[in-house]
Design a protein around this ligand. Sequence first.
Ligand code: MG
Length: 385
Amino acid sequence: MKRISILGSTGSIGTSTLAVAEQFPDRFKVVAIAGGNNSELLEAQIRKFRPSLAAIVSERSAADLRERCKDLPVRILSGVEGMIAVAAADEADITVSAIVGTAGLVPTMAAVQAGKDIALANKEVLVTAGELVMEECRTRNVRLFPVDSEHSAIFQSLQAGERKDVKRLVLTASGGPFRNHSAADLAKVTLQQALKHPNWNMGKKITIDSATLMNKGLEVIEAHWLFGVRPEQISVLVHAQSIIHSLVEFQDGSVIAQLGMPDMKGPIAYALSWPHRLPDVSPGLDLASIATLTFKEPDLELFPCLGYAYDAIRTGGSMPAVLSAANEVAVKYFLEEKIGYHDIARTIKATMDAHRPVQFKTVEDALKADLWARGEAEKIIASKD
Ligand code: MG
C-alpha cells in the first residue's frame, strides 16, 4: 500500500490522481490533501478519501471547512504552513506536486526535505529553481517521477538504454488551438478560442500556455533539469494528434517513443506505481482508427515564447525564473481580458530584457527573482495603456 499526499487536489491533475487512487483502493491510500479555495470540492474529497490532514489556502475557507467536516477525524490547516504540512505529512510515502505556478515551489521543496518521493506535475518548480531542487533530491536520496505526459514518456523511453548513449530528447507538442493560424489570424484570437485546447482537457493556465507554446518552453527547461541534458539536445516537434507523447534518440540512431491516448491518468499512475504498470488505466490505443500521425517543426516566429524559453535556459541563473514569473502575470491578465494574446509574449520579452541574471544559492533567492519579475511585468503591462 502506497500512501499519497496531494498538493493541488482540487485541480485537474489532483482530481485525476484521486480517480487513480479510487480505481486501485488496495494499492493507494490518500493521507493528506491540499486544495486552492474550492472548499465544497475539498469537503467532498475529504468525505470520500478520508485523509487525516487537509489544507486550503485561505484561513476563512479553512474555518468554513472545519465546520463542514466536524463529524470527521481530519485536521484542517491553511496558508503556506498548511501546504507544507500536507507536502511533508508523516504518513506519506510520495507527494504529488500539482499546485500551479511558483506557489508550488516552497511546499514541494518541503516534501523533498522531508524525504518524500515526488510525483511532479508542476513544471514551474523546476523552471524556477531546478538546480536547487535537483540538488536537494540528490542530497536526500529522493526520487522525482515526472507526471507531465512528455516527461513521463521520456522517462519511460529512457529505460530502453543507458543515459550515456542518449543523443537527443524530442518533446512532442500538439501545437495548441492556434497551430494552423497565420500571423494575421493570431492577431485576432480571443480568450475563448485560446481556452479551447484541441486534445487535452486541462487547467486554464496550462491551456493558455499551450496556445502560446510557452508550455513547451517550460517543458524544455523541465526536461533539462529532470534528465540532465543540455538545451541543444532537446528539440520540439509539433504532432497534432498527441498520440506520441515524446521520444528519445540514442546514439546508434534508434528512436524510442511512448504512445497512448491523451489521458493524464496514465502518467499519474505510472509515477505512483513505478516500476510496475497497473491494469486498464488509460483508454486503449487504436492506431488503425487514428490512421494518420503528422509532424512539423514549431514556428518560432509565430510562437516566440518557445524561443524565449531556450534563451532563458541558455542564459541560466535567474532567467528561467523570470521567464516563468512574467508568463504567470501575463497569462493572468490575459485570462482577465485586460491584455491581448500577443501581449503575453511581449510582456515576457520586455521583462527578460530588463533583467540582470544572478545565480541562486537558496530558494529565497529564487523567490526574490520571481517577485522582481512579477513587479516588472506588472509595470510593463500598466505602461502599455
Ligand atoms: Mg505536458
